[in-house]
Design a protein around this ligand. Sequence first.
Ligand code: SF4
Ligand code: SF4
Ligand code: SF4
Length: 220
Amino acid sequence: MEDKGKEKQGRRSFLKTAGTAACGIALAGVAGRVISAHQKEETEGPKSRYVWQIDPAKCAFCDICETACVRTPSAVKAVNDQKKCSFCVVCYGHISNKQIESDKIMSHGERICPHDAVTRENYSGGKDGYFIYDIDHGLCTGCSKCAKECNAKGTKSMFMIIRPDLCLNCNSCNIADHCPENAIDRLWFGPEDDFRGIYELEGMQDGMMNGMEGMDNYNG
Ligand code: SF4
Ligand code: SF4
Ligand code: SF4
């Protein structure tokens, strides 16, 4: 009887470990290609290592990632996965007034982000063209508001990451200790897919570089 109990316990912890590893691999895939696009080579650290990371399937987009990180501003940033974004004229993560005419969005739109960190670049030209949305990490404080809107009403292309090159890799992550969804795990980060190719399209490179320029002033 005791042996059976031990066997059950062993299997349970094996499944838990296997589940965490599988989740880690999937997460490293999606987060890895997006994170890599936002890192600077001189600060990104070893290509493969254990990092604290957020499971986008569990995250509820609360404000704890902004306030519980030991760094100010937080090492948590929003990202927009261009492979999932619909490049809409009106983006749920960008503005809240949906009835606005498209040529007035930049001058009149009510921003979701309190720091106006969600950037919008017209890629194809024309007022109803093809828009690239990205996050200026020099301004983003990790409040999750943009990702919350995108996940509630849009294509779920925006989500939150802990940037490994900003994270202090604390022995015990204070956000993980306070996350109500248990969404933060330490996992193996191997950015095999560097996601940079897509930014080489004409017009996107500049938009991306504008976003990264803010990092020069980043003092978190
Ligand atoms: S604390 Fe947890 S639920 Fe809240 S934004 Fe961070 S990862 Fe998501
Ligand atoms: S809304 Fe919050 S998470 Fe999104 S870009 Fe702005 S500061 Fe960052
Ligand atoms: S490990 Fe430390 S620095 Fe990194 S996200 Fe957690 S609290 Fe912030």
